[in-house]
Write a protein that binds this ligand. Structure first.
Ligand code: PLP
Length: 400
């Protein structure tokens, strides 16, 4: 199996798993207890907190552990929204049109509860414009929540500039950095963020655990109630093996960041160059430069992304499509729509996300296997007709 879906999830690193193991069995203590078994769990948790804080340039006390990216996003966004609405500071939130459902659905739910949400456009590059943000700010604005890197097209937002504007206007700023931590440099002070979400399984840690950075002095209304753990914001007995795994994954990711970035970018660029040069009417969705080093999101006109994924799977290659029908309705991805693609164009999208365990041979295999798959699918497609050139001008999305 050639695994090229690292944005969906990444394999747990063997050395991370080894470190987690004792906390499932002999060191099983509850971190809130005072005898040695409990203290042992607590010490491991605090060590992990230090590693998480380190990878984003935060202080240990500014990190709480959660259930993952979705949990962190909800605690941050709802926490600020309810706290500041209660304090009569306003009810307006600014976000982008390409957020992950963990943010998007939270904003939609808040909209139903009386909050006003502005969804900033991202244009064909998949990146917001700072002038749009400045224009959207009003007296009632209490929160800006804009993701660092997109999970589908990998585009990177100008987080430091957004943070500066938020700071100047005394607006809280949250970023979903689930796809960026461990993949590109992240520093909460350089980025001027008040809140930042992390998920362990995207950076080669275990699933079901994550963290939320909360800048010192930032107050949140709890959305869960319980025994008071994690500053009353994520109560419940701590998932010590998971937390230990997240900590170790962060420690290793920080250590290996430069290698990771150079290596995955080199493989990614080779893939892009070869695919665009061998397959006609193939494009890259979103800005080609300002994107995660291991991410490419292709578009092949005239065919369905799902069919490409299935045929790649038969060749032992795992990728994904950005236009997946997420429910039982065939709806195009909101991200691809937001960069200006019509449904018919976005359905032919294929996301391949590279990790450090991929080899140059893996990429050569994709370069060899993909063109005949596209050709075969196009030969069976009722809408692919290269002679009549029925396709719209695809330059409206970024092609190279
Ligand atoms: N935010 C982004 C950008 C993601 O890509 C994901 C996962 O796909 C999440 C949030 C949700 O993270 P988790 O699976 O840890 O809940």
């Amino acid at each position: 199996m050639i695994y090229l879906d690292h944005s969906a999830t990444a394999p747990l690193r063997e050395e991370v798993f080894e470190l987690m193991k004792p906390y499932f069995t002999k060191s099983f203590g509850n971190a809130s207890t005072f005898y040695s078994l409990g203290r042992e769990a607590n010490t491991a948790m605090e060590k992990a907190r230090e590693h998480v804080a380190n990878i984003i340039g935060a202080n240990n006390e500014e990190i709480i552990f959660t259930s993952g990216g979705t949990g962190s996003d909800n605690i941050a966004i709802q926490g600020i929204a309810y706290k500041l609405k209660k304090a009569k500071k306003g009810n307006h939130i600014i976000t982008s049109a390409i957020e992950h459902p963990a943010v998007m659905e939270t904003c939609l739910a808040l909209e139903k509860k009386g909050f006003e949400i502005t969804y900033l456009p991202v244009y064909k590059e998949g990146i917001i414009k700072i002038d749009d943000l400045k224009e959207a700010i009003k007296e009632e604005t209490i929160l800006i929540t804009i993701m660092h890197a997109n999970n589908e097209i990998g585009t990177i937002q100008p987080i430091s500039e957004i943070g500066e504007i938020a700071k100047k206007n005394k607006i809280k700023f949250h970023t979903d950095a689930v796809q960026s931590v461990g993949k590109i440099p992240v520093d909460v002070n350089e980025m001027n963020v008040d809140l930042l979400s992390i998920s362990s399984h995207k950076l080669f840690g275990p699933k079901g655990v994550g963290a939320l950075y909360i800048r010192k002095g930032t107050r949140l209304e709890p959305i869960l109630y319980g025994g008071g753990q994690e500053k009353d914001l994520f109560p419940g007995t701590e998932n010590i093996p998971g937390i230990v795994g997240l900590g170790e994954a962060c420690r290793l990711a920080k250590e290996e960041l430069t290698f990771y970035m150079d290596y995955t970018k080199k493989l990614r660029d080779k893939l892009i160059f070869n695919v665009l040069n061998t397959i006609e009417k193939s494009y890259v969705n979103g800005d080609v430069e300002k994107r995660l080093p291991g991410n490419v999101n292709f578009r092949f006109t005239g065919i369905e992304g799902e069919s490409i994924v299935l045929m790649l799977d038969m060749k032992g290659i795992a990728g994904s499509t950005g236009s997946a029908c997420s429910s039982n309705k065939l709806t195009a991805s909101h991200v691809l729509k937001a960069i200006g693609l019509e449904d018919v164009d976005s359905h032919g999208s294929l996301r391949l996300t590279i990790g450090p365990e991929n080899t140059e041979e893996d990429i050569d295999t994709v370069i060899k296997e993909l063109p005949p798959i596209i050709e075969k699918l196009r030969s069976m497609s009722s809408i692919w007709n290269k002679d009549e050139s029925i396709w719209r001008d695809n330059t409206k999305s970024c092609d190279i």
